[in-house]
Design a protein around this ligand. Structure first.
Ligand SMILES: C[S@@+](CC[C@H](N)C(=O)[O-])C[C@H]1O[C@@H](n2cnc3c(N)ncnc32)[C@H](O)[C@@H]1O
Length: 268
């Protein structure tokens, strides 16, 4: 354990990270399939898989539809969780005990690290250091996904951080809902990543982002009653006229994904 790692509860559920898998398969195809040089055997690392390795196994299956030889490493701080996951290990799937200082073997490389629903027990001021530590394990071009969901995965918000030559870039924020809880921008507030969670207050940039989105949503609704998916879709299109970096890809919008890549990166 490093001085940052901390024991937390291990709750997880089947399908919880399915929408994130679908996003990555759509938007990060190259990341998942690159095979030149050190990328040939570069792994997907799922950090903090929880009491059961369900989400690790579901993602392994989903990503291997694109990349059948993808190595997958599930990492957990709790030795008992690692022990009980062993029955699912195979030639391409490993479960290891470890923390932010990833338990990689000599020569192993990493293309993608997912750390979902992990940092709730950590302090917001620790988050940047944790991102840096994890980002250090990625190949250049590799991605760190860190964020939160509700218990079923109906609402998700995540940081997308890219390893670039200068270090780790705060490339984007990803919001997703499946609309089972309806839609209003405020839906996402309680599921923000740890560093933003308690900062939706006047004067904070994340508050300004939500204020703009709320206004865009209200304007969209003034045009007439809209079902949640349409209200979401129109609110994002309107938001895109107010701020830079909103990705208005039709596939993403139709499925409840807001991807925001502000020029210069996501604020801290
Ligand atoms: C709430 S579960 C999340 C499980 C799964 N990722 C999900 O989203 O459903 C969080 C897990 O992260 C583990 N964890 C917390 N800090 C960790 C760390 N520094 N390194 C590895 N695992 C950690 C906990 O032991 C716990 O099992």
């Amino acid at each position: 354990m490093t001085s940052l790692d901390r024991k937390t509860r291990g709750r997880t559920s089947h399908g919880r990270l399915q929408s994130l898998d679908a996003y990555l398969l759509y938007q990060e195809r190259e990341l998942l399939t690159r095979s030149e040089g050190s990328w040939a055997r570069a792994a997907f690392v799922d950090l903090g898989f929880g009491e059961h390795p369900w989400t690790t196994l579901e993602s392994a299956q989903a990503f291997r539809e694109l990349n059948p030889g993808l190595p997958v490493v599930g990492v957990e701080l709790e030795p008992q969780r690692v022990e009980s996951a062993q029955e699912h290990a195979d030639a391409l799937t490993d479960f290891r005990q470890g923390g932010f200082d990833l338990p990689l073997r000599p020569g192993e490389t990493v293309r993608l690290i997912r750390a979902m629903n992990l940092l709730r027990g950590y302090r917001p001021e620790e988050v940047s250091g944790i991102h840096q530590t994890l980002g250090g394990a990625l190949l250049e071009g590799g991605l760190l996904v860190e964020g939160s969901t509700d218990t079923s995965g109906a609402v998700l918000v995540a940081h997308l951080l890219r390893r670039v030559p200068e270090g780790l870039s705060r490339e984007a924020l990803l919001f997703h809902t499946d609309f089972s809880r309806g839609f209003a921008p405020v839906l996402f507030r309680d599921w923000l990543p740890r560093d933003f969670r308690r900062r939706v207050k006047p004067g904070e940039p994340i508050h300004a982002f939500f204020a703009q989105w709320m206004e865009a949503w209200q304007q969209a609704r003034e045009a007439g009653p809209l079902e949640p998916p349409e209200a979401f879709h129109h609110s994002v299109l309107r938001l895109a006229t107010r701020m830079e970096g909103l990705v208005t890809d039709a596939w993403l919008l139709a499925r409840g994904y807001l991807l925001w890549k502000p020029p210069g990166g996501v604020f801290r």
